[in-house]
Design a protein around this ligand. Structure first.
Ligand SMILES: [Zn+2]
Length: 502
Protein backbone atom coordinates (compact mmCIF):
# COMPACT_ATOMS: atom_id res chain seq x y z
CA UNK A 1 0.00 0.00 0.00
CA UNK A 2 1.37 3.38 -1.02
CA UNK A 3 1.73 5.81 1.86
CA UNK A 4 2.51 9.50 1.67
CA UNK A 5 3.57 11.94 4.32
CA UNK A 6 2.70 15.48 3.23
CA UNK A 7 3.89 18.49 5.19
CA UNK A 8 3.65 22.26 5.07
CA UNK A 9 6.27 24.47 6.62
CA UNK A 10 5.52 25.65 10.13
CA UNK A 11 5.26 29.45 10.12
CA UNK A 12 6.56 31.85 12.73
CA UNK A 13 3.59 33.12 14.66
CA UNK A 14 4.83 36.68 15.08
CA UNK A 15 1.90 38.09 13.12
CA UNK A 16 -1.44 37.00 11.63
CA UNK A 17 -1.41 34.38 8.86
CA UNK A 18 -1.67 35.72 5.31
CA UNK A 19 -2.93 34.38 2.01
CA UNK A 20 0.52 33.15 0.97
CA UNK A 21 0.48 30.59 3.76
CA UNK A 22 -3.11 29.67 2.92
CA UNK A 23 -1.80 28.81 -0.57
CA UNK A 24 0.64 26.27 0.87
CA UNK A 25 -2.02 24.77 3.14
CA UNK A 26 -4.54 24.43 0.34
CA UNK A 27 -2.00 22.87 -2.03
CA UNK A 28 -1.03 20.33 0.62
CA UNK A 29 -4.68 19.64 1.32
CA UNK A 30 -5.42 18.96 -2.35
CA UNK A 31 -2.53 16.49 -2.55
CA UNK A 32 -3.67 14.79 0.66
CA UNK A 33 -7.31 14.56 -0.41
CA UNK A 34 -6.45 13.37 -3.89
CA UNK A 35 -4.05 10.67 -2.70
CA UNK A 36 -6.57 9.43 -0.14
CA UNK A 37 -9.23 9.33 -2.87
CA UNK A 38 -7.14 6.94 -4.96
CA UNK A 39 -6.69 4.63 -2.00
CA UNK A 40 -3.32 5.74 -0.63
CA UNK A 41 -2.56 6.12 3.04
CA UNK A 42 -1.86 9.77 3.75
CA UNK A 43 -0.77 11.82 6.70
CA UNK A 44 -1.09 15.58 6.26
CA UNK A 45 1.04 17.41 8.80
CA UNK A 46 1.16 21.12 9.65
CA UNK A 47 1.93 23.22 12.69
CA UNK A 48 3.51 26.38 14.05
CA UNK A 49 7.07 27.44 14.78
CA UNK A 50 6.82 29.00 18.22
CA UNK A 51 10.51 29.10 19.10
CA UNK A 52 11.68 31.90 16.84
CA UNK A 53 13.38 35.00 18.21
CA UNK A 54 10.92 36.97 16.08
CA UNK A 55 8.14 35.69 18.31
CA UNK A 56 10.07 36.84 21.39
CA UNK A 57 10.46 40.32 19.94
CA UNK A 58 6.79 40.47 18.93
CA UNK A 59 5.75 39.38 22.42
CA UNK A 60 7.96 42.06 23.96
CA UNK A 61 6.42 44.66 21.69
CA UNK A 62 2.94 43.46 22.70
CA UNK A 63 3.92 43.52 26.37
CA UNK A 64 2.91 39.92 27.13
CA UNK A 65 4.82 36.78 28.07
CA UNK A 66 6.24 34.81 25.15
CA UNK A 67 4.20 31.68 25.92
CA UNK A 68 1.01 33.72 26.21
CA UNK A 69 1.83 35.45 22.93
CA UNK A 70 2.62 32.30 20.96
CA UNK A 71 -0.41 30.46 22.35
CA UNK A 72 -2.73 33.20 21.15
CA UNK A 73 -0.96 33.67 17.80
CA UNK A 74 -0.63 29.97 17.01
CA UNK A 75 -4.39 29.61 17.37
CA UNK A 76 -4.79 31.99 14.41
CA UNK A 77 -2.73 29.59 12.27
CA UNK A 78 -4.09 26.26 13.44
CA UNK A 79 -7.58 27.79 13.28
CA UNK A 80 -7.29 28.09 9.49
CA UNK A 81 -8.13 24.40 9.14
CA UNK A 82 -11.83 25.14 9.42
CA UNK A 83 -12.36 28.15 7.12
CA UNK A 84 -10.09 26.62 4.47
CA UNK A 85 -11.69 23.14 4.84
CA UNK A 86 -8.36 21.44 5.43
CA UNK A 87 -8.18 17.70 6.00
CA UNK A 88 -5.10 18.09 8.19
CA UNK A 89 -4.29 15.05 10.31
CA UNK A 90 -2.00 16.62 12.85
CA UNK A 91 -0.82 20.04 13.97
CA UNK A 92 2.36 20.34 15.96
CA UNK A 93 3.29 23.38 18.05
CA UNK A 94 6.99 23.52 18.75
CA UNK A 95 6.81 25.35 22.11
CA UNK A 96 4.25 23.16 23.80
CA UNK A 97 4.00 19.77 22.09
CA UNK A 98 5.70 17.23 24.34
CA UNK A 99 6.78 15.23 21.27
CA UNK A 100 8.80 18.12 19.91
CA UNK A 101 11.45 19.03 22.44
CA UNK A 102 12.35 15.39 23.13
CA UNK A 103 12.56 14.75 19.37
CA UNK A 104 14.77 17.78 18.69
CA UNK A 105 17.09 16.63 21.48
CA UNK A 106 17.29 13.17 19.95
CA UNK A 107 18.09 14.67 16.54
CA UNK A 108 20.84 16.75 18.13
CA UNK A 109 22.33 13.76 19.93
CA UNK A 110 22.21 11.63 16.80
CA UNK A 111 24.24 14.20 14.84
CA UNK A 112 26.58 14.77 17.80
CA UNK A 113 27.21 11.03 17.99
CA UNK A 114 28.35 11.14 14.37
CA UNK A 115 30.85 13.86 15.25
CA UNK A 116 28.95 16.44 13.19
CA UNK A 117 28.48 19.07 15.92
CA UNK A 118 31.33 21.14 17.31
CA UNK A 119 31.81 24.48 19.11
CA UNK A 120 33.70 27.43 17.75
CA UNK A 121 33.88 31.19 17.94
CA UNK A 122 31.83 32.92 15.33
CA UNK A 123 31.21 36.42 14.06
CA UNK A 124 28.51 37.02 11.55
CA UNK A 125 25.72 39.23 10.29
CA UNK A 126 22.37 37.95 11.48
CA UNK A 127 18.95 38.94 10.12
CA UNK A 128 16.30 38.26 12.76
CA UNK A 129 13.60 38.56 10.09
CA UNK A 130 15.14 35.61 8.22
CA UNK A 131 16.59 33.95 11.34
CA UNK A 132 19.82 33.34 9.47
CA UNK A 133 23.37 34.58 9.07
CA UNK A 134 24.41 36.29 5.86
CA UNK A 135 27.84 36.71 4.36
CA UNK A 136 28.71 40.24 3.25
CA UNK A 137 28.48 39.07 -0.38
CA UNK A 138 24.89 37.89 0.10
CA UNK A 139 23.68 41.29 1.36
CA UNK A 140 22.31 43.97 -0.92
CA UNK A 141 24.08 47.21 -0.10
CA UNK A 142 24.73 45.95 3.43
CA UNK A 143 21.08 45.07 3.92
CA UNK A 144 19.10 41.80 4.05
CA UNK A 145 18.00 41.02 0.48
CA UNK A 146 14.60 39.90 1.78
CA UNK A 147 13.83 42.43 4.51
CA UNK A 148 15.91 45.44 3.52
CA UNK A 149 17.05 45.75 7.14
CA UNK A 150 20.63 46.07 8.41
CA UNK A 151 21.56 42.74 10.03
CA UNK A 152 22.95 42.52 13.57
CA UNK A 153 26.65 41.82 14.04
CA UNK A 154 26.81 38.79 16.29
CA UNK A 155 30.04 37.62 17.97
CA UNK A 156 29.77 34.55 20.12
CA UNK A 157 30.80 30.96 20.59
CA UNK A 158 28.28 28.66 18.92
CA UNK A 159 27.72 25.06 18.00
CA UNK A 160 28.29 24.27 14.34
CA UNK A 161 26.98 21.51 12.11
CA UNK A 162 29.42 19.87 9.68
CA UNK A 163 27.37 20.67 6.57
CA UNK A 164 30.52 20.55 4.42
CA UNK A 165 30.82 16.81 5.06
CA UNK A 166 27.47 16.14 3.33
CA UNK A 167 27.72 18.46 0.32
CA UNK A 168 28.61 15.69 -2.12
CA UNK A 169 25.96 13.29 -0.89
CA UNK A 170 23.18 15.89 -0.90
CA UNK A 171 24.22 17.03 -4.34
CA UNK A 172 24.10 13.48 -5.69
CA UNK A 173 20.66 12.87 -4.18
CA UNK A 174 19.27 16.00 -5.82
CA UNK A 175 21.02 15.44 -9.14
CA UNK A 176 19.77 11.85 -9.36
CA UNK A 177 16.20 12.85 -8.52
CA UNK A 178 16.19 10.76 -5.33
CA UNK A 179 15.29 14.10 -3.79
CA UNK A 180 13.00 15.58 -6.41
CA UNK A 181 12.80 19.35 -6.30
CA UNK A 182 10.03 21.03 -8.28
CA UNK A 183 9.95 23.18 -10.28
CA UNK A 184 13.29 22.49 -12.02
CA UNK A 185 14.39 26.11 -11.58
CA UNK A 186 14.46 25.52 -7.80
CA UNK A 187 16.36 22.27 -8.25
CA UNK A 188 19.00 24.14 -10.22
CA UNK A 189 19.08 26.81 -7.55
CA UNK A 190 19.72 24.18 -4.87
CA UNK A 191 22.49 22.61 -6.96
CA UNK A 192 24.04 26.04 -7.50
CA UNK A 193 23.99 26.69 -3.74
CA UNK A 194 25.90 23.46 -3.18
CA UNK A 195 28.29 24.13 -6.04
CA UNK A 196 28.98 27.57 -4.59
CA UNK A 197 30.54 25.78 -1.61
CA UNK A 198 28.86 24.79 1.63
CA UNK A 199 30.27 26.00 4.89
CA UNK A 200 29.41 24.49 8.24
CA UNK A 201 26.62 26.52 9.77
CA UNK A 202 25.86 27.74 13.26
CA UNK A 203 23.16 25.67 14.95
CA UNK A 204 22.93 27.33 18.33
CA UNK A 205 23.05 30.74 19.89
CA UNK A 206 23.63 32.02 23.38
CA UNK A 207 20.66 31.65 25.67
CA UNK A 208 21.08 35.32 26.40
CA UNK A 209 20.65 36.36 22.76
CA UNK A 210 17.67 34.01 22.48
CA UNK A 211 16.15 35.79 25.51
CA UNK A 212 15.99 32.38 27.19
CA UNK A 213 13.39 31.16 24.69
CA UNK A 214 13.81 27.92 22.75
CA UNK A 215 15.20 24.44 23.32
CA UNK A 216 18.49 24.28 25.27
CA UNK A 217 21.39 22.43 23.65
CA UNK A 218 21.60 19.01 25.35
CA UNK A 219 24.46 19.16 27.86
CA UNK A 220 25.10 22.90 27.22
CA UNK A 221 22.39 24.96 28.91
CA UNK A 222 24.07 28.29 28.01
CA UNK A 223 23.15 27.64 24.36
CA UNK A 224 19.77 27.37 22.68
CA UNK A 225 19.28 25.25 19.53
CA UNK A 226 19.05 27.31 16.32
CA UNK A 227 15.42 27.88 15.49
CA UNK A 228 15.75 26.41 11.99
CA UNK A 229 17.20 23.16 13.35
CA UNK A 230 14.33 23.10 15.82
CA UNK A 231 11.73 23.92 13.12
CA UNK A 232 12.98 21.45 10.49
CA UNK A 233 12.97 18.80 13.18
CA UNK A 234 9.17 19.07 13.40
CA UNK A 235 8.82 16.85 10.32
CA UNK A 236 10.27 14.02 12.41
CA UNK A 237 9.23 14.97 15.91
CA UNK A 238 5.55 14.98 14.92
CA UNK A 239 6.04 11.30 14.04
CA UNK A 240 7.12 10.44 17.60
CA UNK A 241 10.78 10.41 16.58
CA UNK A 242 11.73 10.84 20.25
CA UNK A 243 10.24 7.47 21.13
CA UNK A 244 11.15 5.79 17.83
CA UNK A 245 7.45 5.03 17.48
CA UNK A 246 5.35 3.27 14.89
CA UNK A 247 4.46 6.60 13.26
CA UNK A 248 8.10 7.20 12.44
CA UNK A 249 8.43 3.85 10.72
CA UNK A 250 5.12 4.14 8.92
CA UNK A 251 5.23 7.76 7.78
CA UNK A 252 8.95 8.41 7.45
CA UNK A 253 11.25 5.43 7.23
CA UNK A 254 9.04 3.23 5.07
CA UNK A 255 6.71 5.82 3.53
CA UNK A 256 6.58 5.76 -0.28
CA UNK A 257 6.69 9.54 -0.41
CA UNK A 258 7.88 12.19 2.04
CA UNK A 259 6.62 15.40 0.46
CA UNK A 260 7.54 18.84 1.82
CA UNK A 261 5.71 21.92 0.54
CA UNK A 262 7.44 25.27 1.05
CA UNK A 263 7.91 28.78 -0.25
CA UNK A 264 10.90 29.73 -2.39
CA UNK A 265 12.45 31.79 0.41
CA UNK A 266 13.22 28.72 2.53
CA UNK A 267 14.62 26.45 -0.19
CA UNK A 268 18.15 26.43 1.25
CA UNK A 269 16.93 25.09 4.59
CA UNK A 270 14.84 22.30 3.12
CA UNK A 271 16.91 21.28 0.11
CA UNK A 272 20.40 21.54 1.61
CA UNK A 273 20.45 21.80 5.42
CA UNK A 274 17.62 19.36 6.13
CA UNK A 275 18.81 16.44 3.97
CA UNK A 276 22.32 16.87 5.44
CA UNK A 277 20.98 16.76 9.00
CA UNK A 278 18.94 13.67 8.15
CA UNK A 279 21.94 11.93 6.58
CA UNK A 280 23.96 12.71 9.68
CA UNK A 281 21.20 11.36 11.93
CA UNK A 282 20.91 8.20 9.82
CA UNK A 283 17.38 8.96 8.64
CA UNK A 284 15.76 8.84 5.20
CA UNK A 285 15.70 12.07 3.19
CA UNK A 286 12.58 13.69 1.69
CA UNK A 287 11.48 12.32 -1.68
CA UNK A 288 9.80 15.54 -2.90
CA UNK A 289 10.44 19.20 -2.23
CA UNK A 290 7.66 21.26 -3.78
CA UNK A 291 8.35 24.98 -3.96
CA UNK A 292 5.74 27.67 -4.47
CA UNK A 293 6.28 31.35 -5.21
CA UNK A 294 5.11 34.42 -3.36
CA UNK A 295 1.79 36.18 -3.59
CA UNK A 296 1.50 39.89 -4.00
CA UNK A 297 -1.62 41.92 -3.37
CA UNK A 298 -2.22 44.70 -5.85
CA UNK A 299 1.47 44.40 -6.69
CA UNK A 300 2.74 44.64 -3.09
CA UNK A 301 4.43 41.64 -1.47
CA UNK A 302 2.20 39.91 1.03
CA UNK A 303 4.14 39.15 4.18
CA UNK A 304 3.52 38.94 7.87
CA UNK A 305 6.13 41.56 8.60
CA UNK A 306 4.73 44.30 6.46
CA UNK A 307 3.03 45.46 3.31
CA UNK A 308 -0.19 43.92 2.14
CA UNK A 309 -2.05 41.57 4.40
CA UNK A 310 -4.74 39.61 2.48
CA UNK A 311 -6.22 37.94 5.54
CA UNK A 312 -7.55 34.47 4.71
CA UNK A 313 -10.14 34.67 7.50
CA UNK A 314 -11.54 37.91 6.14
CA UNK A 315 -11.52 36.59 2.58
CA UNK A 316 -13.37 33.40 3.54
CA UNK A 317 -15.86 35.43 5.58
CA UNK A 318 -16.49 37.72 2.62
CA UNK A 319 -16.40 35.28 -0.30
CA UNK A 320 -16.61 31.75 1.08
CA UNK A 321 -14.19 28.83 1.27
CA UNK A 322 -14.85 27.59 -2.26
CA UNK A 323 -14.08 30.94 -3.91
CA UNK A 324 -10.84 31.41 -1.96
CA UNK A 325 -9.60 27.87 -2.65
CA UNK A 326 -10.58 28.16 -6.30
CA UNK A 327 -8.61 31.36 -6.77
CA UNK A 328 -5.52 29.88 -5.13
CA UNK A 329 -5.70 26.74 -7.25
CA UNK A 330 -6.84 28.25 -10.55
CA UNK A 331 -4.78 31.41 -10.76
CA UNK A 332 -1.45 30.77 -9.07
CA UNK A 333 0.98 29.40 -11.70
CA UNK A 334 3.01 26.34 -10.82
CA UNK A 335 5.92 27.37 -8.59
CA UNK A 336 5.64 31.02 -9.59
CA UNK A 337 4.50 34.30 -8.07
CA UNK A 338 0.97 35.59 -8.51
CA UNK A 339 -0.81 38.84 -7.83
CA UNK A 340 -3.96 38.68 -5.77
CA UNK A 341 -6.81 41.14 -5.96
CA UNK A 342 -10.27 40.63 -4.49
CA UNK A 343 -11.61 41.64 -7.87
CA UNK A 344 -9.85 38.72 -9.59
CA UNK A 345 -11.09 36.30 -6.95
CA UNK A 346 -14.67 37.47 -7.39
CA UNK A 347 -14.49 37.40 -11.17
CA UNK A 348 -13.01 33.89 -11.22
CA UNK A 349 -15.60 32.58 -8.75
CA UNK A 350 -18.52 34.12 -10.60
CA UNK A 351 -17.33 33.08 -14.06
CA UNK A 352 -16.43 29.51 -13.26
CA UNK A 353 -18.08 28.47 -10.01
CA UNK A 354 -21.36 30.35 -10.17
CA UNK A 355 -21.99 30.73 -13.91
CA UNK A 356 -20.08 27.63 -14.92
CA UNK A 357 -20.38 24.79 -12.41
CA UNK A 358 -23.26 25.92 -10.21
CA UNK A 359 -25.44 27.04 -13.07
CA UNK A 360 -24.81 23.83 -15.00
CA UNK A 361 -25.87 21.56 -12.15
CA UNK A 362 -28.86 23.75 -11.40
CA UNK A 363 -29.93 23.75 -15.03
CA UNK A 364 -29.59 19.99 -15.41
CA UNK A 365 -31.50 19.16 -12.25
CA UNK A 366 -34.18 21.71 -13.13
CA UNK A 367 -34.60 20.10 -16.58
CA UNK A 368 -34.83 16.64 -15.02
CA UNK A 369 -37.43 17.93 -12.55
CA UNK A 370 -39.43 19.67 -15.26
CA UNK A 371 -39.43 16.92 -17.88
CA UNK A 372 -38.90 13.76 -15.89
CA UNK A 373 -40.41 14.58 -12.49
CA UNK A 374 -36.94 14.64 -10.90
CA UNK A 375 -36.33 11.00 -11.73
CA UNK A 376 -32.76 10.01 -12.48
CA UNK A 377 -30.78 8.33 -13.82
CA UNK A 378 -32.84 8.19 -16.96
CA UNK A 379 -30.95 5.87 -19.22
CA UNK A 380 -27.73 3.97 -18.77
CA UNK A 381 -25.15 6.39 -20.12
CA UNK A 382 -23.01 3.48 -21.21
CA UNK A 383 -25.67 1.95 -23.45
CA UNK A 384 -24.39 1.94 -27.03
CA UNK A 385 -26.23 4.38 -29.23
CA UNK A 386 -27.79 6.15 -26.26
CA UNK A 387 -25.32 9.01 -26.43
CA UNK A 388 -26.09 11.55 -29.10
CA UNK A 389 -23.15 12.16 -31.43
CA UNK A 390 -22.63 15.78 -30.52
CA UNK A 391 -21.64 14.75 -26.98
CA UNK A 392 -18.18 13.74 -28.24
CA UNK A 393 -16.34 16.79 -26.86
CA UNK A 394 -18.03 16.38 -23.48
CA UNK A 395 -17.24 12.67 -23.43
CA UNK A 396 -13.62 13.43 -24.26
CA UNK A 397 -13.42 15.90 -21.37
CA UNK A 398 -14.97 13.29 -19.05
CA UNK A 399 -12.73 10.46 -20.17
CA UNK A 400 -9.52 12.44 -20.04
CA UNK A 401 -10.13 14.21 -16.73
CA UNK A 402 -8.94 11.49 -14.29
CA UNK A 403 -5.66 11.00 -16.16
CA UNK A 404 -5.07 14.72 -16.57
CA UNK A 405 -5.72 15.32 -12.87
CA UNK A 406 -3.42 12.47 -11.84
CA UNK A 407 -0.63 13.67 -14.11
CA UNK A 408 -1.00 17.31 -13.14
CA UNK A 409 -0.95 16.58 -9.43
CA UNK A 410 2.10 14.35 -9.90
CA UNK A 411 3.67 17.50 -11.39
CA UNK A 412 2.23 19.64 -8.57
CA UNK A 413 0.46 21.70 -11.22
CA UNK A 414 -2.79 22.70 -9.53
CA UNK A 415 -3.88 25.02 -12.32
CA UNK A 416 -3.69 22.27 -14.91
CA UNK A 417 -5.50 19.85 -12.59
CA UNK A 418 -8.42 22.21 -11.95
CA UNK A 419 -8.51 23.05 -15.65
CA UNK A 420 -9.43 19.40 -16.34
CA UNK A 421 -12.44 19.64 -14.00
CA UNK A 422 -13.44 22.99 -15.41
CA UNK A 423 -13.36 21.62 -18.96
CA UNK A 424 -16.09 19.09 -18.09
CA UNK A 425 -18.37 21.89 -16.90
CA UNK A 426 -17.52 24.07 -19.86
CA UNK A 427 -18.21 21.28 -22.36
CA UNK A 428 -21.39 20.26 -20.54
CA UNK A 429 -22.73 23.83 -20.68
CA UNK A 430 -21.92 23.94 -24.38
CA UNK A 431 -23.67 20.60 -24.81
CA UNK A 432 -26.88 21.81 -23.11
CA UNK A 433 -27.04 24.75 -25.48
CA UNK A 434 -26.33 22.54 -28.46
CA UNK A 435 -28.60 19.59 -27.61
CA UNK A 436 -31.47 21.90 -26.55
CA UNK A 437 -33.40 19.43 -24.33
CA UNK A 438 -36.35 21.85 -24.18
CA UNK A 439 -36.81 21.49 -27.93
CA UNK A 440 -36.62 17.70 -27.67
CA UNK A 441 -39.35 17.85 -24.99
CA UNK A 442 -41.49 20.09 -27.19
CA UNK A 443 -41.02 17.76 -30.15
CA UNK A 444 -41.96 14.75 -28.01
CA UNK A 445 -38.62 13.04 -28.69
CA UNK A 446 -38.58 11.15 -25.37
CA UNK A 447 -35.76 8.71 -26.12
CA UNK A 448 -33.36 11.43 -27.25
CA UNK A 449 -34.36 13.63 -24.31
CA UNK A 450 -33.60 10.79 -21.91
CA UNK A 451 -30.23 10.22 -23.53
CA UNK A 452 -29.31 13.92 -23.35
CA UNK A 453 -30.41 14.33 -19.74
CA UNK A 454 -28.56 11.16 -18.82
CA UNK A 455 -25.33 12.42 -20.40
CA UNK A 456 -25.72 15.68 -18.52
CA UNK A 457 -26.50 14.12 -15.15
CA UNK A 458 -23.54 11.80 -15.58
CA UNK A 459 -21.31 14.83 -16.30
CA UNK A 460 -22.57 16.63 -13.18
CA UNK A 461 -21.93 13.55 -11.05
CA UNK A 462 -18.42 13.29 -12.50
CA UNK A 463 -17.80 16.96 -11.66
CA UNK A 464 -18.87 16.29 -8.07
CA UNK A 465 -16.40 13.40 -7.85
CA UNK A 466 -13.46 15.03 -9.64
CA UNK A 467 -13.85 18.34 -7.84
CA UNK A 468 -13.69 16.79 -4.37
CA UNK A 469 -9.95 17.18 -3.69
CA UNK A 470 -10.01 20.81 -4.83
CA UNK A 471 -13.31 22.16 -3.47
CA UNK A 472 -14.52 19.57 -0.96
CA UNK A 473 -17.48 21.67 0.18
CA UNK A 474 -18.83 22.54 -3.27
CA UNK A 475 -18.19 18.98 -4.46
CA UNK A 476 -20.25 17.56 -1.59
CA UNK A 477 -23.15 19.88 -2.45
CA UNK A 478 -22.97 18.99 -6.13
CA UNK A 479 -22.82 15.27 -5.37
CA UNK A 480 -25.78 15.43 -3.04
CA UNK A 481 -27.76 17.48 -5.58
CA UNK A 482 -27.06 14.87 -8.25
CA UNK A 483 -27.66 11.73 -6.20
CA UNK A 484 -31.17 10.24 -6.40
CA UNK A 485 -32.85 9.29 -3.12
CA UNK A 486 -34.31 5.85 -2.35
CA UNK A 487 -37.35 6.67 -4.46
CA UNK A 488 -35.04 7.47 -7.39
CA UNK A 489 -35.73 11.23 -7.18
CA UNK A 490 -33.16 14.00 -7.23
CA UNK A 491 -33.36 16.67 -4.52
CA UNK A 492 -35.19 19.85 -5.64
CA UNK A 493 -32.69 22.19 -7.33
CA UNK A 494 -31.14 24.64 -4.88
CA UNK A 495 -28.48 27.30 -5.56
CA UNK A 496 -25.10 25.59 -5.09
CA UNK A 497 -22.61 28.33 -5.81
CA UNK A 498 -24.32 31.72 -5.60
CA UNK A 499 -22.81 34.78 -7.23
CA UNK A 500 -20.62 36.88 -4.97
CA UNK A 501 -19.95 40.61 -5.04
CA UNK A 502 -16.78 42.54 -4.41
ZN1 LIG B 1 15.99 39.04 6.40
Amino acid sequence: MTSSYITTTIPYVNARPHLGFALELVQADVLARYRRSIGEHVRFQAGTDDNSLKNVLAAEAAGVSVQEFVDASAAAFTGLARPLSLSVDDLIRTSSDPRHRAGVERLWRACAARGDLYRRHYEGLYCVGCEQFYTAAELAGGRCPDHGTVPDLVCEENWFFRLSRYAGQVRALIASGAIRIEPAQRRNEALALIDGGLEDFSVSRSTERARGWGIPVPGDPDQVIYVWWDALGNYLTALDYAGDGENLRRWWTSASRRIHLLGKGVLRFHAVYWPAILLSAGQAVPTDIVVHGYLTEDGRKISKSGGATADPYALVAAYGTDAVRWWLLREVPRGADADFTADRLVRRANDELSNGLGNLVNRVVTLICRYRGGRGPLAPASAPGAVPLQAAALQAALTSAPGLIAGSLEDFDFRRATEAVWRIADEANRYVNHARPWDLAKAGDGAQLDAVLSVLLNACQAIGAQLAPFLPDAAARITSQCTPDEAGLLPRPAPLLPRITC
